[in-house]
Design a protein around this ligand. Structure first.
Ligand code: NA7
Length: 294
């Protein structure tokens, strides 16, 4: 298929590369150009509108709601090149209600909108094993299947437009809270003199075990807080979940408490580290020597 891919960050670059590898004809665009933003085998476009020229599918993977609005409807936005029959897919994590507004704006022009955020982090993007949670009409979702297969291993079709984003917020809410529980447990245990290297296998042998711990523990043992999923993006998702909860009149007191931790970690200058670096804030408060988060 002819695919335009907008946004070549930690996730988008590997996703676009996997589309090329699977034999699709890909044009790519990134706001900040540079050699590291080229994708071998893809055409580098000068603007979103240029990338979208003659594409059958426009795929986005940018930071947030404003970024999606800008690449679609801003200066030189893809909007100018969208034609009837095209499918727009968005793997950014953004507001479910804004997603519905974007889709409604494009529907009269015959453009289908599929929200397709994913779970799986940087490594899964690299090896094509992302899991997508998708919102949109069944026909365009079906047409996107070869592209999902090139970038991921599973697709969960959650319902109409916006349901992919709503699901993603419910997923990341859990990751943030599970990690917070894990980080608080490590902090208390360390302060009480328990050896973390002995604690980790116990956690994973018990009913407390989790995929979050599987993924994060090796990085914590190495004190490696380089970004697989930057704290600023998890912070954004927490805000999105709290906003969506407010719109839906749902109370999320646990997530509100976690939000405060992220506010303070961001103030400490940890925005661009992995969200695992929230641990170092707890350690600092506990008077434990903090390693690896400068
Ligand atoms: P990154 O690595 O922070 O990449 C973000 C990308 O979004 C990057 O290409 C940015 O371009 C682009 N971006 C950010 N703001 C804008 C605006 N205003 N206009 C156009 N492009 C923009 O994030 P990830 O790849 O880890 O994650 C991407 C999404 O997936 C995000 O929603 C996650 O929550 C899930 P830049 O290079 O800065 O010019």
């Amino acid at each position: 298929m002819r695919v335009a891919f907008l946004g070549l960050g930690i996730m988008g670059h590997s996703m676009a590369a996997n589309l090329v590898k699977a034999g699709h004809e890909v044009s790519v665009w990134n706001r900040t150009p540079g050699k590291d933003k080229d994708v071998e085998g893809a055409r580098t476009a000068a603007s979103p509108a240029d990338a979208a020229q003659a594409a059958e599918v426009l795929w986005m993977c940018v930071s947030d709601t404003k970024a999606v609005e800008s690449v679609l409807f801003g200066p030189n936005g893809a909007d100018a090149s969208l034609t009837s029959g095209m499918i727009l897919a968005d793997s950014s994590t953004i507001s479910p209600s804004a997603t519905q507004r974007f889709a409604e704006r494009l529907k009269p022009r015959g453009v289908d909108y599929v929200d397709a955020p994913m779970t799986g982090s940087k490594i899964a993007a690299e090896n094509g094993s992302l899991i997508f949670m998708v919102g949109g009409d069944p026909a365009p979702v079906e047409r996107l299947r070869p592209l999902f297969q090139a970038m991921g291993k599973q697709v969960f079709h959650m319902g109409g437009t916006g349901k992919g984003q709503a699901t993603k917020l419910a997923m990341n809410l859990q990751i943030a809270m599970i990690y917070e529980g894990f980080a608080e447990a490590l902090t208390l245990a360390t302060k009480l003199g328990v050896d973390i290297e002995k604690l980790l296998p116990l956690i994973q042998a018990s009913m407390v075990r989790s995929g979050v711990v599987d993924y994060k523990a090796p990085f914590i043992l190495k004190r490696d807080f380089s970004p697989n999923f930057p704290l600023r993006l998890m912070w954004k998702d927490i805000h999105l979940a709290l906003d969506a909860a407010k719109e839906a009149r749902v109370r999320l007191p646990g997530l509100e408490a976690v939000e405060e931790v992220y506010d303070l970690a961001a103030e400490e200058g940890h925005r661009d580290l992995d969200y695992a670096a929230t641990l170092t804030l707890l350690e600092k408060w506990a008077g434990i020597e903090v390693k690896g988060a400068s």
